[in-house]
Design a binder for this molecule. Structure first.
Ligand code: SAH
Ligand code: MG
Length: 213
């Protein structure tokens, strides 16, 4: 973490949200929950954009979904998780923190969950699951997104590797990083979206859906 990031993280954690009780657990068990400054950015986007319905891909323990829900009691979130252990924990956490009315979890692989999501009209999509599949998720679910809606994608700079793939030794990681590079280029070239790519923590992309042509 850079000095600037450490400073801002310390500043933002001065008055921690009650959900921050979950962060030490996530770190200890290596659950890759969203980094703090990226989370602050996404929550601020939610305050500005005021989405009514958010689709999240990649629930893990329900941490980010509950944070998003905490912005406004009228927000409804559909979140998709394929791992049974994560799904069970998310269900428990969402009940413990009292967000059952706002958050619905679909226990399925997001590549196969289109019918379960159904004909919901989405104002925002947060993509944070298997990084090699981001483009698939984007193509599958953005038809449900309203014009002017947001797609936010986490980890687009994955561990500083996306900008510097030569340091990556592992073949599998290399493959994944290449897919992220491809996705970033594809999204940047996609004229149906206005996208900006942010160098915050593990990287965040914010794409706004334009008028369909
Ligand atoms: N958004 C969470 C973190 C998600 S971690 C937070 O910030 O708090 C990524 C999660 O995506 C993992 O729990 C993993 O099991 C899940 N996942 C990965 N690929 C998936 C897929 N194809 N369908 C559904 N869930 C997936
Ligand atoms: Mg993430």
């Amino acid at each position: 973490m850079s000095k600037n990031e450490s400073y801002l993280v310390a500043l933002s954690q001065k008055h921690p949200h009650k959900l921050e009780a979950l962060r030490p657990y996530a770190i200890e068990h290596e659950v890759p929950i969203i980094h703090p400054l990226s989370l602050d950015m996404v929550k601020q986007l939610i305050r500005i954009h005021q989405p009514k319905h958010i689709l999240e891909i990649g629930t893990a323990i329900g941490y980010s979904a509950m944070h998003f829900a905490s912005v406004d009691p009228d927000i409804r979130i559909t979140t998709i998780e394929r791992n049974d252990d994560m799904y069970q924990q998310a269900k428990q956490n969402i009940a413990d923190y009292g967000y059952q009315e706002q958050i619905e979890i679909i226990f399925e692989d997001a590549r196969e969950a289109f019918d379960a999501v159904g004909d919901r009209q989405l104002d925002m999509i947060f993509i944070d699951a298997a990084k090699a599949q981001t483009k698939k998720f984007f193509e599958l679910y953005t038809p449900l997104l309203k014009t002017g809606g947001l797609v936010v994608i986490d980890n687009i700079l994955y561990h500083d590797f996306v900008a510097d793939i030569d340091v990556v030794r592992s073949r599998n990681v290399r493959q994944m990083v290449k897919k992220i590079q491809k996705f970033n280029t594809w999204l940047n070239d996609n004229e149906a979206y206005h996208t900006n790519f942010l160098d915050i923590e593990d990287g965040l992309a914010i794409a706004v859906k334009g008028e369909s042509k």
